[in-house]
Design a protein around this ligand. Structure first.
Ligand SMILES: Cc1ncc(COP(=O)(O)O)c(C=O)c1O
Length: 464
């Protein structure tokens, strides 16, 4: 082992299969073992601190040491550590959480179905929509349109909704009936001189063409989108995009599913990304910041129109035959309730609106750097994309691993970031202060400088 030749790391390598990991490289490099957290920081086995610039996986919104969440878990653990909500059973944490979530939605919603992860929630969306369309006597209306570079999860169905090649390759995905339309990344995919508005119009036209090719209103059931694409590289949609997309969806009687797993609960500066980008969803999916990630819980939020169809059909066929042992797990639900209380008490939205501009302005200070092609973001989410040539936007060859090298250098400088190809993602805990944002930017600047220095003249040399 090269870097982490200690006993925890060796035991890890001997036993654990890690998600989204190159196993052979892991055997070589060992594990990065995290021991504890404090505020926006985590600490490794040697006591070194890191600013968690990604809040883990875009999720630890209240940082890594919120005692109130631990206490809420403990209270619920000792009162009712487990119960289910099948067959009309219930418990107070589930009820209170559903009430609180429904009180926050940007459009009137009727019911919440709880699951344990974003993937399960998105799988549940597909089941719900299929069940609904069968109930409505529309057995052919089942197709989902997602987007290239979307991330909606890793299970077979949510992994199919995902539009990233590495989640499909050698897994026999995507499954039939799930298609992917354009990624709305203006910097990468707009034609020369095309405005954001014109790009959005072209993408909406392309969506319509795809829907028609796939069979139109008869076969196409729903469109799913993250308001800001996360794992695809933090792609902020072009102006007017969702207005134009939703017009097409209406024309073909398709549902709008907003995957708010990353954007939900303040990330973009509003409670939901749907508000930031003028989305009127029929279904919303939440997870991650719902519980500040302290325990796994996710939710599918449904309009009343959809609920009424499900309700009629459950009466007709005997039940709604879907759910999980841990749906609305009382301890996870209690932690989520406490999380939402903290957001309200501390007015997390005002905080994000105050500190978000500092992060966005700070990231944009790197725009002139020779390696930087685009800086993008909104609220407390952003990305910096590295390119071989600024003028032509030519990317580096993947084998140059420029993005991963910068993430590694950031780590050496005490900052955890995520490299998505050559885009470095930023999505710190929502509690981050201006001072901590400045420290994050300083550490990033050092990492960027050290990699550009190592690259020497190569910095400016495009890939062959
Ligand atoms: C937008 C979005 N949807 C769904 C998921 C899947 O969530 P999970 O990993 O909890 O299954 C993720 C995970 O990052 C996500 O970013």
């Amino acid at each position: 082992m090269l870097n982490h030749g200690n006993s925890s790391s060796s035991r890890d390598v001997a036993t654990l299969l890690h998600p989204q990991t190159n196993f052979r490289a892991h055997e070589q490099n060992g594990a990065f073992v995290v021991t504890h957290g404090e505020g926006v920081r985590i600490f490794d086995e040697n006591g070194k601190d890191y600013i968690e610039g990604m809040a883990g996986l875009w999720c630890a919104s209240l940082g890594f040491s919120e005692k109130r969440l631990a206490e809420a878990a403990m209270r619920q653990m000792t009162k009712l550590p487990y119960y289910h909500i099948y067959n009309s059973k219930s418990h107070d944490p589930a009820i209170e959480l559903a009430e609180r979530v429904l009180a926050l939605t940007p459009v009137p919603m009727s019911k919440v179905f709880f699951a344990n992860s974003g993937s399960e929630a998105n799988d549940s969306v597909v089941r719900i929509v299929w069940y609904m369309n069968n109930a409505l006597g529309r057995p052919n209306k089942k197709k989902f349109v997602s987007r290239q570079k979307a991330f909606h999860g890793s299970t077979l169905v949510s992994g199919s909704l995902t539009g990233l090649p590495h989640l499909h390759r050698d897994f026999d995905l995507p499954l039939a009936g799930i298609v992917h339309t354009d990624c709305p990344h203006h910097y990468r995919f707009a034609k020369p001189g095309e405005s954001e508005e014109d790009f959005a119009t072209r993408l909406a036209d392309n969506l319509e063409k795809m829907i028609v090719t796939e069979g139109g209103a008869e076969t196409c059931a729903a469109f799913i989108a993250e308001p800001v694409m996360g794992a695809g590289g933090v792609i902020v949609p072009p102006r007017t995009y969702f207005e134009k997309i939703q017009k097409v969806l209406k024309k073909y009687d398709m549902l709008m599913v907003a995957d708010e797993v990353i954007c939900g609960f303040g990330r973009t500066g509003n409670m939901f990304g749907s508000q930031t980008f003028n989305i009127q969803p029929d279904i919303m999916v939440v997870a991650k910041a719902l519980s500040s990630a302290y325990l796994p819980i996710s939710g599918v939020i449904l309009s009343d129109k959809i609920y009424q169809v499900l309700a009629d059909n459950s009466a007709r066929v005997g039940m709604f035959g879907h759910g999980f042992t841990y749906s609305a797990h009382p301890v996870a639900a209690a932690v989520a309730v406490e999380t939402l209380k903290i957001y309200a008490e501390r007015d997390i939205l005002s905080h994000i609106r105050k500190v978000g501009p500092r992060l966005q302005a700070g990231l944009r200070q790197f725009a002139d750097h020779p390696l930087v092609g685009e800086v993008r973001g909104v609220g407390l989410i952003g990305a910096i994309e590295m390119v071989a040539d600024k003028a032509s936007k030519q990317p580096f060859a993947p084998e140059q691993r420029v993005g991963p090298s910068i993430a590694k250098a950031a780590e050496e400088n005490g900052l955890i970031l995520r490299a998505m190809g050559d885009s470095l993602g930023f999505s710190p805990p929502l509690i981050i202060t201006e001072d901590e944002i400045d420290q994050l930017l300083t550490r990033f600047g050092r990492a960027l400088d050290s990699v550009s220095k190592q690259m020497g003249r190569e910095v400016l040399k495009p890939a062959a």
